[in-house]
Design a protein around this ligand. Sequence first.
Ligand code: AMP
Length: 483
Amino acid sequence: MKIFKLRTIREECGIFGIYNNDDASALTALGLHALQHRGQEGCGIVSFDGKNFHSEKRHGLVGDNFTNKDILKKLPGNFAIGHNRYSTTGETSLRNIQPFFADIYGGGISVAHNGNFTNALKLREKLVKGGAIFRTTSDTETIVQLIAKSNRVKMIDKVIDTLFQVQGGYALVMMSNKKLIGARDPLGIRPLVLGKLKNSYVLASETCAFDIIGAKFIREINNGEIVVIEGNDIKSIKPFTKKKARPCVFEYVYFSRPDSYLQNKCAYEYRKNFGYELAKESDDIGDIVVPVPDSGVPAAIGYSQYKKINFELGLIRNHYVGRTFIEPKQNIRSFGVKLKLSSNNSSIKNKSIILIDDSIVRGTTCSKIVKMLYDGGAKEVHVRISSPEIKFPDFYGIDMPSKSELLAANKNLNEMCNHIGAKTLKFLSIDGLYRAICNETRNKNYPQLTDHYFTGEYPVELVDQNKDNKISQLSLLSGKSTN
Ligand code: AMP
């Protein structure tokens, strides 16, 4: 008997929570809309009206689902949390869309999670053996089960008890019938920020969610910090052994919206810096600098300013399709490049082009774009990538495929260049990346960032992955039942 298929647990998501505001669910919808780039597969809001919790979940975009009054009427109350979901493979059913809600001893608890627990399967196996009944195939449900099972009396102690058991990269926004709770993993791999709108505290994955509702950014939640918001009060708890933060480098490279702030600086500025550093490291001269829109634009601006080479829109983006990569399936993804981009032939004809993008993962996007530019009349296409070669997969919440699919894990620079069909190819060095972000060199003993994509150094143990190297298999769940 197969109980259910367990999906490969990788998620990039957007989370949001607001306390003490009459328009809690409408503001949550707006916040999620600003965080739409973090996940487009499904969205959900849970509100609390002082007596009851209310939950609405939908497939698709926030703007298509949470903009009419009727749905917002179903989410009364002055506090709410919300979630945008993205998953790479596996089930896209409604039951996996968050926030999750459960009635447990001591009251209701709702959880929205961005990231990945690297020991979720191990914990889940133990819980299932102990009689727990899982209703989703998401690793986030482990959190809800652990909170429910905790012997501690107060909700916040149940949460702390739970966080001591999970490992990985995570940001959480939770809501009980009294409190809004935010938590960030001990290394601060996944982002979480705190803001204020009049008397309401707000939590979100990125600061762009504050801008849309007019909230003031207060600060980042620190690595390993739990904040508990009740009434006008905010309490900070730091239960873990103190460690230096190591935020995920990919938030800087690609994931965060360019207008969001990371460590008090706009993602856009970091990305322009990547362009400067890349330009410093490249001795080429082309006729024009062309960005891959939108991901390559800030770095291309930096590159063109440094080299004093004209910036041209050699590619035009159709804005009515989602991100190419964000579609979970490979066949849809490769089709998507053409749906999304066209060459702007008048600007590229007979030109030697320096094409800039933020990253090469599988190489699908880049190969198609290079061909498109040659087909459109380009004389030469030189590809410059504003991050180093991605050679290692991710297990902390960014969609990064297995090693066998990563172009740079399987080919050397020349082979990659041939594969994408460019005249030349160059990546930003790791030193250049660190200069652009921290203005210092990488600390070998304790790197300032979580950068395993480029280095293979995983700062949090990969418990499930090391088990038997098959993270999507768990014998217990694939059915060894004798019943
Ligand atoms: P690929 O076509 O597989 O080489 O993917 C590279 C493209 O996807 C680049 O244009 C990036 O901007 C974008 N990208 C890189 N990493 C991610 C990610 N984790 N999620 C979504 N898109 C990404």
